[in-house]
Design a protein around this ligand. Sequence first.
Ligand code: ADP
Ligand code: MG
Length: 257
Amino acid sequence: MTLLLDVQGLGKRFGGVVAARDVSFTLSPGEMLAIIGPNGAGKSTTFNMVGGQLRPDTGRVLLGGQDVTGRPPREVWRLGVGRTFQVAQTFLSMTVAENVGMALISHHRRTRDPWSRAGELYREDALTLLSRVGMADAAERPMSELSYGDVKRVELAIALAADPRLLLMDEPTAGMAPRERSALMTLTAAIARSQGIGVLFTEHDMDAVFAHADRILVLVRGEIIARGTPAEVRADPEVKRVYLGAHGAEIAARARA
Ligand code: ADP
Ligand code: MG
């Protein structure tokens, strides 16, 4: 089977800082792959090289076997790579359904006036996506009224509107309450698995990582120091020493659990 994502030897420097060095990994359809590591480890850099926001100095990114290295984000997005958006990228004055409708229009590259008829064209599809993320009841509410956790769910629906093969989620639950976090990751994992979407995510919340990742990459100072299933990563002596040590007793306790 062709790999969904095949990242080979990515490297990136910012002046004297090596943000990524020889980063290689693969991702299969329906798989949840987490990248963890201390602040400044190079997680976002790796993300941005996959999504096209940053051009790598070395290495290649293959998407379904196609070399997309250095392609601009818009092009990578068209090839089926979704990102969860930031709150600022939703239209607060528009309703939830209209926001998802806009994403659908954008995906289908319609040029109609989005505030009038085109919104209606995609209404049904928007509602389908909203029910998939458990937000159908909020379809008519303005975005501005939603709780932060609900905005994140709508953002997931917006990312799904582009029918992605791969979802990139850089700290998707940042700023969320623990319960909301867990719910969002559970939802993401269920959608990924049922639709065969590969998910690459980075996440501070170790509970979310260990509960939802199929595999974990541990990045320290731009290099992958360990990889494997959650159980393998927990047990890895190098991880305990370098990364978990830096993050204190909380994670070490979890490693013993
Ligand atoms: P993480 O997401 O794991 O916290 P980053 O990928 O954001 O780490 O950063 C990795 C390293 O690269 C850090 O030392 C950071 O300061 C540096 N860095 C990231 N982006 C830039 C940039 N645009 N310019 C200069 N240095 C950067
Ligand atoms: Mg980051």
